[in-house]
Design a protein around this ligand. Structure first.
Ligand SMILES: [Ca+2]
Ligand SMILES: [Ca+2]
Ligand SMILES: [Ca+2]
Length: 475
């Protein structure tokens, strides 16, 4: 009975109830980190004391102000028991030589002081700093037979204006990479390079990968990770190129081939893109470096679009290749190709035509004559007209030709120093390559290539000798 009375008295007493509340006391009111070299960090501490007997619950600690991001809290406590203290650790990292200030606010369950502000100040100052820069962050040794040995190197230079100190070197993964000398303890004065020679001695052909991590006093890059791969890298995952090709295309169209789905399995991004576009004659027609590539399909035939992506440490993906087949839409499509700096001209004559007559010979000086019925469908058009490329590409098209027999001719207009040049003519009828012919020509010669009988759609090659043009422009 006695113990029950004591218990009731303890619970009901007003003064005892007060004592179970938390009571927050924070010092200092202003935390000054002093002067700190820009890009270096300095620690600071705020004491949170709970002078009450109830548990102090910390709801949130915020840092506000324009400079809020230069001050960070290491770890926020959930609660501080009665009559005890928590040391709140902070870090000040000035990015520039400027003064910084922000307000830290502690939100708690202390009803009388539910928010307690602390002013944070600090000044960034200018001072010499080291700056590590390596010429490459990866070495790929390619293929090497077991028992063989090869050496490659990284060159890391101190681009800063204070000494660069290499405090630690850690090598991980495959032991087939051997660092010729341990750089630990090296001090590089400003401007000084350091060669890190790596010798690769594979014991199997399964592939190897490894890293070297350098720890230095570079303030904004305390660790530099260098990656080595050999014999395909073994378990190493290279970046992956993914190309997205259009399913159909027509000559003279510009198509977009996308590389945006490419990725790096290790997240070593951004990627850089290396595109190579090869035309129907195995010529490289474009090399580009954007995420997407734009391919002008001058010719009918197959274009190969190849993409390799490079990750942020300089390792290349295997190439990914897609094919775009440019198929003429017109029923009648004739193209002329040459690969020198000279100027050749494609001519298409109807059965009434003579070379350079201004009506019945479609060419550079008569690009879209009216033939056949009234209307454009059966008229020829010189759609691509090249003066001097190389490569030169010209083509003449008819959507739906009138019944007739047509003649294809080539005139070597001007040499521009090119001398004898091979001309190639491809004849596509109803979207199908029906004939491909080549001749070596010299200046002012005319080549009678073939005759095309319409609507049968067959091609008769003309094997007569080249002859000199008597005219060089339309009459
Ligand atoms: Ca740096
Ligand atoms: Ca021409
Ligand atoms: Ca017509």
């Amino acid at each position: 009975m006695l113990s029950m009375i004591v218990l009731l008295a303890a619970c009901n007493g007003d003064q005892d109830f007060q004592a179970l509340k938390p009571d927050i006391v924070v010092t200092p009111e202003v935390l000054d980190f002093g002067e700190v070299v820009a890009d270096y960090s300095a620690p600071g501490t705020i004491q949170i004391f709970n002078a009450g007997l109830g548990i102090l619950e910390i709801d949130e600690i915020t840092i506000n102000g324009d400079d809020g991001s230069v001050f960070t809290i290491d770890e926020v406590p959930l609660e501080v028991p009665g009559d005890s203290e928590y040391a709140l650790a902070l870090t000040f990292l000035p990015p520039d030589p400027l003064p910084y200030t922000a307000t830290l606010t502690i939100h708690s369950n202390d009803e009388e002081h539910d928010t307690v502000p602390v002013t944070l100040i600090g000044t960034g100052i200018e001072a010499p700093t080291p700056d590590i820069a390596c010429d490459s962050l990866s070495l790929d040794f390619g293929t090497l037979a077991p028992g063989g040995s090869a050496a490659l190197w990284f060159t890391c230079t101190n681009l800063g204006d204070d000494d660069l100190y290499i405090s630690e070197m850690v090598q991980r993964n495959s032991g087939s990479f051997f660092l010729a000398s341990d750089p630990t303890g090296n001090v590089l004065p400003p401007g000084q390079p350091l060669q890190l020679i790596v010798v690769y001695t594979p014991t199997t052909s399964d592939g190897d990968n490894g890293t070297i991590t350098l720890t230095t006093n570079d303030p904004d890059e305390p660790e530099t990770v260098l990656t080595m791969v050999g014999n395909g890298g073994g378990s190493f995952e290279y970046p992956v190129a993914v190309v997205d090709c259009p399913t159909s295309a027509v000559p003279r169209e510009t198509v977009t081939v996308g590389g945006g789905a490419s990725y790096d399995p290790n997240g070593l991004e951004p990627l850089t893109y290396r595109w190579t576009v090869t035309g129907p004659y195995d010529d490289v027609v474009a090399t580009q470096s954007g995420t997407d590539v734009y391919v002008q399909l001058d010719l009918a035939g197959e274009y190969r679009v190849s993409l390799q992506v490079e990750n942020s440490i300089g390792l290349l993906s295997a190439p990914s290749v897609c094919r775009v087949d440019a198929v003429p839409e017109e029923e009648f499509h004739v193209e002329l190709i040459w690969k020198d700096t000279n100027d050749m001209d494609l001519h298409l004559l109807n059965s009434s035509g003579t070379l350079f007559d201004g009506v019945n010979d479609c060419n550079y000086c008569n690009v879209n004559p009216e033939w056949g019925e009234i209307g454009a469908a059966d008229n020829p058009t010189l759609d691509l007209d090249a003066l001097a490329s190389p490569p030169g590409v010209e083509n003449i098209n008819i959507d739906s030709p009138a019944d007739d027999t047509y003649s294809v001719k080539v005139h070597y207009y001007e040499s521009s120093g090119a001398g004898d040049v091979t001309a190639t003519v491809n004849i596509y009828l109803y979207g199908v390559l029906e004939g491909s012919y080549s001749r070596v020509m010299s200046r002012n010669k005319v080549w009678d290539v073939a005759q095309i009988v319409w609507p049968d759609g067959y091609v008769v090659e003309d094997d007569t000798a080249l002859y000199n043009a008597t005219l060089r422009a339309c009459e």
